[in-house]
Design a protein around this ligand. Structure first.
Ligand code: GAL
Length: 369
């Protein structure tokens, strides 16, 4: 009798445990099917938290299930995220690679499972496992930053401090290519003098740079998209700079996250009389800097459009249709069908028009507007 009670209570405990496990997996959406998996590079940069919110806004009434995962600046974590989503049965993967080349193995795993891969904002390179690419005109971003410095700098021999994005990001080369295309003639004619890169100085008479030549310059002025790296680099450059490289200066900063920390360093150097500094992404903190005159401009990339393009392609795939695209990008392995969105220059003159009237942000989120 005693043994019977023992086996019955043991059986009862096992059944309770199984019920609990089943309940846990369903509540976290652990094992339930996901149609569209979304992988973003990191939560540590406001830019990608923006995209997460815009995806959530866009998907709130979608019939398709989605899940957003972050790779926290690690290609290994990124691969893990893709595997997690493949195990949930995704049919479409929307992914912004942490490292464009290293992401190839993750998307090749997805391809093997017949999943459609959409590269989001950043291109995944050197693989045929990418089906579509949605992005902004990244060359135009750099050209707009360079042109802003040309249009607002005064006089000749203006010290020009160059900074760039992470070399693991294909966009960093497109941004720099765009900036160089407009700045190089103004460096060659003496409007600007390069203040912080021997490699760029060597190439100042060269209109078009090869990828290798750009790599050499990026090797000296990359911020790795990290605000701290940017701050340390700016401090090192200003410490090394003589009086002829101070005064009224121009700074090419690749995005808002790095622009704010570079601006803080230049703003606290007593020998810097004034500085122009560029940016990108229209992050809220940088819009406040622009309003306060601490950052000169940013390049607004309306993420709502990028999300709409990416989800539009995903839904067409899920509906068995062939998505429309407007062009293509060579990723080193194939021409990837692409959709590209234009960008908008924002400075203190048009903040309200471009960011408040467009309902991208609320006026109440800023002071001094
Ligand atoms: C780029 C992206 C930018 C920028 C950066 C840093 O690829 O196009 O908007 O924010 O990454 O994450």
């Amino acid at each position: 009798m005693k043994r019977t009670w023992k086996s019955i209570s043991f059986l009862f405990v096992v059944m309770l445990l199984m019920a609990l496990m089943a309940a846990c997996s369903n509540s976290s959406g652990g094992s339930s099917k996901v149609s569209v998996g979304i992988v973003l590079p990191t939560k540590d940069e406001p830019r990608w938290v923006q995209d997460e919110q815009r995806f959530k806004d866009a998907l709130s009434d979608s019939e398709y299930t989605t899940e957003i995962l972050f790779s926290q600046g690690s290609s290994a974590k990124e691969k893990e995220n893709v595997e997690t989503l493949l195990n949930k049965g995704i049919e479409v993967l929307i992914i912004t690679p942490h490292d464009g080349a290293a992401a190839a193995s993750a998307v090749e795993a997805a391809k093997k499972e017949g999943v459609t891969v959409i590269s989001y904002d950043r291109l995944i390179t050197n693989t045929d496992a990418v089906d579509y690419y949605v992005t902004f005109d990244s060359v135009a971003v750099g050209a707009a930053q360079g042109q802003y410095l040309i249009d607002n700098a005064q006089g000749k021999d203006v010290p020009l401090y160059l900074y760039a994005g992470a070399a693991s990001d294909n966009n960093a080369f497109l941004f720099f290519e765009g900036a160089w295309s407009v700045l190089q003639p103004k460096i060659a004619d003496g409007t600007f003098k390069i203040a912080n890169s021997v490699e760029a100085e060597k190439l100042k008479d060269k209109v078009e740079l090869t990828r290798d030549e750009m790599s050499k310059i990026l090797g000296q002025v990359t911020t790795n998209w990290d605000a701290n790296d940017a701050k340390n680099k700016a401090q090192t450059h200003l410490t090394a700079a003589g009086a002829d490289l101070k005064g009224d200066v121009a700074v090419l900063a690749p995005n808002d996250g790095t622009a704010r920390s570079i601006a803080d360093v230049f703003g606290s150097d007593g020998d810097i009389t004034s500085y122009l500094v560029t940016g990108q992404d229209a992050e809220k903190a940088s819009i406040q800097y622009v309003i306060d005159g601490k950052q000169s401009m940013t390049v607004f990339k309306d993420v709502r459009t990028l999300v709409k393009d990416a989800m539009g392609i995903a839904v067409e795939i899920l509906d068995g249709k062939t998505p429309d695209t407007t062009g293509s990008y060579d990723n080193g392995n194939k021409e990837v069908k692409a959709k590209q969105t234009d960008v908008i220059v924002v400075d203190e003159e048009n903040v309200k028009k471009e960011l408040i009237d467009s309902e991208y942000y609320e006026a109440s989120e800023f002071t001094g507007l």
